[in-house]
Design a binder for this molecule. Structure first.
Ligand code: 4AD
Ligand code: MG
Length: 463
């Protein structure tokens, strides 16, 4: 008989059927009446299922009465209507095999609740907890929704490279990829000679798949990439990772307005998906992590995103009575506190900030007619701040080339990017969603390190 998943057992209307179920023990309670209640979970859904083990089972004393949290079991039995409260069905066990004990004297996940800091040190065991199980399932459901949204809207999924020679964001925050002997690298004129390196040139882990996505958008129309990206910025905050996942659609024949509309529809679609399809996990977050998380998500779905120009935002911030730690000045990047103020306090809705000063944005953004600002957009969410960064791309050859020279890019490295503007150039736009920040927002988890399986942050790549 095949294995049945607990998610299926809890949702079936069938009763009094023989089933096989596998899982790990959450709790065991022995009743005076000569039987035990064992709750097992198998990861297929938030809830576990109750197993009734009668003392007449041959290994009752030897095995079953030794079961504790974390032990793995195989149960053969009958799925029956539950008489107790709290569950609709339970399993009357005919046979219970212990597949693996977990010594209760040593197993670290005994206590009901551990701090997230402690759980980070046992990243190999934390997915077994309620919280991390729920985060993992929500992450998976959101990944699925992302693909559904784009596939339903005729975007093609492109696999952009992880190893690259170009610094898309121009921030110089790249991890180097090399096979050179770092003790004694080959040198020429006192400089490391990368012509001897694996790729015969300096190479890095990508910070964004955008530039390659542009290549494909200019051939396939609408494309998206969804993969890991890497930033060697020394930011030890609750919303920065050195390795994070980004979703990057890129659309030909598209301007900033349509880019922002796509982003809004996309965010609403995937949030709706998770509320419908991961109800069990979302109820858990709503009860134990953030008591208003479901309401917040419903608000995102029902609210119109508010479009504000950077210049308007600076005016709002300057006239605010709020005591910011960092001063606000036109021409400077907004800080997280400013972003949060705008979305959470001032607008009480997601904000699409557009038209930033060109000096603080990368070379590829399209110059506006004022010659001072670019057609950029950042989408700010309450509590989290920036969740999406995007723009219309500069499609005019001469203006792009001048930007690149002004920003001191090596034109020889980007010849292909310029060539895209030489042959059949078209207006195009795209954006990047920080996937881990989205999971943070959706689950209400306070720290980005707790929404990715294995967090890479400064001085930490332990697991
Ligand atoms: O704003 P960013 O830097 O934009 C880009 O990389 C563009 N090339 C995207 C595009 O237009 N295709 O990054 C996009 C998003 C940010 O809004 C943020 O949510 C997230 O990526 N992000 C990070 N998330 C976690 N840890 C970090 N260190 C992050 N840096 C950016
Ligand atoms: Mg950004």
């Amino acid at each position: 008989m095949k294995r049945k998943k607990i998610s299926g057992l809890l949702s079936t209307s069938q009763r009094d059927i023989d089933i096989n179920v596998y899982g790990w023990v959450r709790t065991r309670r022995d009743s005076k009446g000569g039987f035990s209640f064992i709750e097992i979970y198998d990861g297929s859904c938030f809830k576990g299922i109750q197993i009734i083990a009668d003392s007449s089972l041959p290994n009752y004393e030897q095995d079953i009465q030794k079961l504790s949290a974390g032990c793995a079991v195989f149960v053969q039995g009958m799925l029956v209507e539950s008489l107790g409260s709290g569950q609709s069905v339970e399993v009357q066990a005919k046979k219970i095999d212990v597949l693996g004990f977990a010594d209760p004297e040593k197993y670290p996940l005994q206590k009901k609740r551990h701090s997230f800091e402690f759980l980070r040190q046992i990243a190999h065991l934390r997915p077994r907890t309620n919280t991390f199980g729920a985060v993992s399932r929500v992450r998976s459901a959101l990944s699925y929704a992302i693909h559904s949204f784009f596939q339903e809207n005729n975007f093609h999924y492109i696999h952009t490279p992880i190893i690259t020679g170009s610094d898309c964001e121009g921030a110089g925050e790249m991890f180097r990829v090399t096979t050179l002997n770092l003790e004694q690298p080959p040198k020429k004129n006192g400089q490391v000679d990368y012509s001897h390196d694996f790729f015969a040139k300096a190479s890095y882990l990508t910070v964004s798949g955008q530039l390659e996505a542009e290549i494909y958008a200019l051939a396939l129309g609408n494309v998206y990439t969804f993969g890991p990206t890497f930033r060697a910025e020394n930011s030890n905050t609750s919303r920065h990772l050195a390795e994070f996942w980004m979703v990057e659609p890129e659309m030909a024949f598209c301007d900033l307005k349509e880019d922002a509309e796509t982003a809004e529809n996309f965010l609403k679609y995937i949030i709706k998906h998770v509320l419908i399809n991961r109800k069990d996990d979302m109820e858990f977050f709503n009860k134990f992590i953030d008591k208003s998380i479901i309401e917040k998500l419903e608000n995102i779905i029902s609210s119109e995103f508010i479009v504000l120009s950077y210049t308007e935002a600076v005016k709002i911030l300057k006239s605010s009575k709020f005591n910011f730690s960092y001063p606000v000045q036109w021409g400077h990047n907004l800080q997280a506190e400013h972003e949060r103020y705008l979305a959470q306090t001032y607008c009480r809705a997601p904000v699409v900030l557009i038209d930033f000063p060109k000096e603080i944005k990368p070379f590829y953004m399209r110059c506006n007619d004022d010659n001072k600002t670019v057609a950029a957009m950042d989408i700010l969410f309450p509590a989290i701040g920036e969740i999406i960064g995007g723009s219309q791309r500069e499609e005019r050859y001469d203006i792009l080339k001048n930007n690149m020279i002004e920003k001191k890019l090596n034109l020889d490295e980007y010849w292909w990017y310029l060539e895209l503007r030489e042959y059949g150039t078209v207006p195009h736009a795209g954006f990047g969603l920080g996937f881990d920040r989205l999971i943070q927002f959706v689950t209400g988890m306070g720290n980005i390190r707790d929404v990715i399986a294995f967090a890479r942050t400064p001085k930490n790549a332990d697991f």
